[in-house]
Structures are given as C-alpha cells and as structure tokens.
Design a binder for this molecule. Sequence first.
Ligand code: KG4
Ligand code: ZN
Length: 397
Amino acid sequence: MLRNSFTARNLLRLEQQIKLRRNVILGIETSCDDTGAAVIDLQGKLIGEAISTQKSARFGGVIPTVAMFLHKDKIEHVVTEALNQANKSLEEVTAIAVTNRPGLKGPLIIGTDYAKYLCKKYNKPMIPVHHMIAHALTVRLENEVKFPFMILLISGGHCLLGLAKDVDDFVILGSSINDSPGEALDKIARYLGVHNLPGMRDLSGGQVIEILAKNGDPHAKKLGIPLRDERSCRFSFAGFKGHLHLNLEREKREGKENLNFTREELSDFCAGAQYSITKHLCERLQRGIEYSITMNLMPDKGTLVVSGGVASNQYIRSNLSKICEHYGWNALFPRPKLCTDNGVMIGWTGYELWKRGKDIIQPDQVFDVDVITRCPIGEDISQDVIDANIKCKWIKL
Ligand code: KG4
Ligand code: ZN
C-alpha cells in the first residue's frame, strides 16, 4: 500500500516535470525554396532555429520538383538542428506549427506530411499556418506592435499591401496583378547581365541592383511608373523589364554597340530600375495610408510593417519610411534574416495562435489537414479602394 502510493506520487511528479518541460512550439516552413525550422518557448522567446536555403533565384527561379526533392533531403536535419540548439527533444514539444498554405504544392506537402508524421508519432497537436500571415506577424517577436497595423509584403513571391486587424483577421488593400517586385529585380539583373561583374555571382538580383545603384544616377535611365491612371493600391511589376528593353534598344540605335556597357552605365540602369520600383511601391503605400485614414481603419499615428526579401533593400526602406514620416506614422522592418522565408515566422505564428487557442488540430485529426496552394490572407477590398477614388499629392523621393 505504502509502496503503491509512493510509486503513484513519483509518477505524478514525473508527469508534472514532463508537462513543465513540454513548453515549446516547433515551427516548420517549406512553402517555397527554403527549408526552415525554429523553436519558440511559451514565453514567446526564440530558442532554436535552422535553415537550408536553395538560392534558386540565380538559376532563374524555383523549379518545384527540385525544390521538393531538396526539402525532402533536408527537413529532418533542419528540424533536429533547431531542436538541438534549443536543447529540447520532440517529447518536450507542446505543438507543431507548419506552413500548409499558400505556396508550391510539392514543397508544402513535404513540410506538412513531415509535421503530420511527428504529430502522430509523438502525440502532438498541429497548428496549420498561413505563410503570408506568418510574414506579417513575425515583427511582433521583437517589437511591441499592437493591432491594427498596415503590412507591405514584398519579396520574390509576393506583393501585398494590407491591414492586420488581429492574428487571424486581415484585409487586402491591393496586391500585384502580375509579377512581384523581387521577380522584377531578378529579371532586370539577369537581363543586364550584372551577375557577371566581379564579386556578384552569388548574390540575388535585388542585392546586385542595390549595390550597383549606389554609384548610379537614379534619373539618368528611369523606367516608367505603372498603373498611374488607376487610383488603387494594386501593383504591377511585369512591365519594367519591357521598358528596360526599349531603353536598351534605343541605346543600340544611338550607336552603343553590342550592349557592352561600362560599370558606370550599368550602375545608372540599376539606379533607374531601383528608383522606379521604389516610386511605385511608395505611391501605392501613400494611397493605402490615405485610404485607411479617410475610412478610419487605422489610428492617427499608424504603424507600417514591411517584410519579405525586397524589404532588406536600404534605399526602398528609407523611402517607405519617408512616406510614413510624412503622415506621422512609424515604419518597422524586421531584421533581414526574419524578412526572408524562415522557420521562425512559422514558430512565432504557431505561438500566437496557441496563446489564443486558435486553429489547434488534435493529434488524431492531423491527417485531415490539407495543403492549399492559393489562399488569400483575408478579404480583398481593393475595389473599395478604387471606388474611394483617392487622388494623392505625391511625396518626392
Ligand atoms: O523573401 P525572399 O527571400 O524569398 C521569396 O520571395 O521566396 O525574397 C527573395 C527576393 C529576390 O527576388 C531577391 O532579388 C530580393 O528578394 N532581394 C532584394 C534584396 N535582397 C533580396 N531585393 C532588393 N534589394 C535587396 N537587397
Ligand atoms: Zn515568403
């Protein structure tokens, strides 16, 4: 009898100890070409992270089947590395957050299936995460940003201006009708052949353009600003390359043989492209701010959060900040490592949802979770913005 109660007490203590240690969210990201994992504790602190990047931009974009194969190859290692860094085992994980939407089908399946396997094996709940929502919320890991705030997500895969009203409540003011700004920068860089310059081979198109543009004149070889006749917050980046092509053709007619440009001339082209893309982003942001003030959707001194790979560009950052300053708004940019795709953003969003008891799938139901390749972040009110017909007095860059 005495022995039995002693064992029962011991068991209870052991169970409590395990419960106490079971205090982290594991996040997994595989929606495009980065395999990421991270561990966030239940106080919201990042304690482990790992990433394996495929650098596909250099090869002309992501090839889904190749990306899928590489995720499959890396995922176990990346998850183990993040857990090791956090000094946690899978038994100690509270729940597993994983990107299940939107993204490339094959890559999404690899991450989601791996999470399902872990949830089943270790009896853990799953938190399916929306990739874009994760981009929008990550800023809250390091900054105290209250809802609502405005978001501008600019990367190689996305372009979206919207409002974050809560962890699961978003509206879209405008998104791109074709390419993303990152795609435009990558195409322009390839078209100009700037990767062939010394030291540029391993950089993304956007990075090369930013470096060269520093020594260029932004007004010497400007490209047009798209959608100026539409009073909207929608974006268009597909026309920039065509415009550049026309400029190059003109140079050819004016006697510039073989398009053999000097570094100085290439710098002017890059500065012109960077200027035009920035100006387009700034104009859409300006209208978005004016719309949300007019419609009382944001507080007087609002906050803009900018994320995505293109948000690491210092020229773009300072100009977006300038627009915000004009309205007394605050512009925030997560550090570059958190702007690009990573596991931290998924772990963090899992933590935000877990705290509120939202979107938690019990271990016996995880096999019902599907991947969704296209999935809007929230209600699209871009037509309402057009109907409001807001004419802006453009702020000079
Ligand atoms: O978020 P991200 O790492 O990946 C996906 O879009 O999935 O963004 C990559 C994009 C690329 O198009 C790259 O050219 C662009 O971000 N990028 C930049 C800079 N660094 C990366 N664009 C402008 N300036 C930069 N410094
Ligand atoms: Zn992304």
